[in-house]
Every structure is written in C-alpha cells, then in structure tokens.
Write a protein that binds this ligand. Structure first.
Ligand SMILES: [Zn+2]
Length: 224
C-alpha cells in the first residue's frame, strides 16, 4: 500500500437556508439536511474507501468545469468575493441563455456526495469531494443545473459530465455557479457572504492545481 489517506469529513446536522444565487429575489425554506445533503453514509463510505489507495480516486489535477479543460468559450461573469460572492458564475460568451444545456464537467477525480434538486433558485445541485495526493480534501459545488447526470456515491474521473448549465428554475439567465470549499460538509449556504471562511477562489485554485507533482504520482501508472 503506497499511502493511507483519510480525510476528515464532517457533516453537520443543520438547517439549510435555501437561497438563490444571482441578481434576483431570494426565497428561504428549511429542509432536513440529513436527508438531502451529503448523506452521512456516503461521507463515511468516502472515508473508508480512502484507506485503500486507488489513484483513480485521487485528484492529481484540476480543470475548469465548462469548456474543458480551460473554460474556452466561457467567462466568469461574477468572480469570487465580487459583491460578496462565494463562487464564480460561468457563462457562455454568447450571453443570455446561449449556454443553456451546455455540459458541466467534474473539475477533478472525486466522489459525488450530493446530486439532487435543491429547489428554489439553486435548482439541481451537485457536490463532489476531491482528495489531493497529500490527503487534503476539497469540495466542488455546481448549482443552477438544468439536468444532473450523476448521483450521490458515484466516483467520477476529472472531466466526467455531471450535468448541464441551467437557469435555477427560470430565475436567471443560464449560468453555472461554481464553488470550491476547503471545509467539507458546510450547508449549501446563501452563495453570498462577507465571511469567506471555508471557501477558496475557484479559478485561482484550479490554476494552481492544474497538475500536482508528488512522489505518489511518480510511482503510479494510472495517473492522468
Ligand atoms: Zn453565483
């Protein structure tokens, strides 16, 4: 066994404030997180699977989630921390709904821990946990999706289709709201906050993790 890596994942029992991300009205409702978000069993399964090293389950490299691998044909309409934004809003260069239905890809190898319609402005939402070669884990969140192709518990390789760009149940022009989090299991949240604790700048993170060189990678024949 090359390495034992165990991520410390914590899923809290919380009441999620449902919110819309964007420029339009917000609505809130309470949901039972243990039924709807990051199923505890799935997180436990993820932890157990990491005990056995499998290079296909390690995030050695990261790509952008649209126009892969470099977001060609897309732009970030509202960046991280802009207007207190906790993510990035990826839009097609054509504007409007020209990107409606475009494919969204997993930014790295990882396991889906949530893939459902969250309702309201969030719409179809996928959450994926990625473990880096050093054992540190990050979570990517993809929301406002028109459709979701994957389901909770599924292991994905980088670049795997996970859904399509949507409008958040018609509340916005089509775009992908992408978040990358360094704290796992947090509520889906509001999408906006002056407190960025637990969040990282998606583009900066992806650009700095396009290729991760490690001893593990050098000794594995299955790396990307
Ligand atoms: Zn957004």
């Amino acid at each position: 066994m090359l390495v034992k890596t165990i991520c410390s994942l914590f899923v809290f029992a919380f009441i999620i404030a449902l919110s819309s991300c964007g420029m339009v009205a917000k609505e809130k409702k309470s949901v039972d997180s243990l039924e709807t978000l990051a199923d505890t069993n799935q997180v436990q399964h993820f932890i157990e699977k990491k005990i056995e090293f499998d290079s296909s389950k390690i995030a050695f490299t990261f790509d952008f989630p649209v126009g892969k691998p470099d977001a060609k044909g897309y732009y970030d309409y509202q960046g991280f921390t802009e207007n207190r934004h906790l993510g990035e809003d990826w839009n097609g260069l054509g504007g409007g709904n020209t990107d409606l239905g475009d494919t969204i890809y997993s930014i790295a190898n990882g396991q889906v821990i949530y893939a459902e319609d969250f309702g309201g402005g969030w719409g179809n939402t996928a959450r994926i946990v990625h473990e880096l070669p050093d054992g540190k884990c990050y979570e990517s969140v993809y929301t406002h999706c028109d459709t979701i192709f994957t389901k909770s518990g599924t292991w994905l390789l980088k670049g795997a289709p996970i859904g399509t760009i949507g409008t958040g149940h018609g509340q916005y022009y089509a775009h992908l709201h992408l978040e990358i989090r360094e704290q796992l299991g947090m509520p889906i949240g509001e999408g906006y906050s002056a407190d960025t604790t637990g969040y990282v700048n998606p583009s900066a993170f992806i650009k700095s993790h396009r290729k991760i060189t490690t001893k593990i990678q050098a000794s594995s024949s299955l790396n990307q």
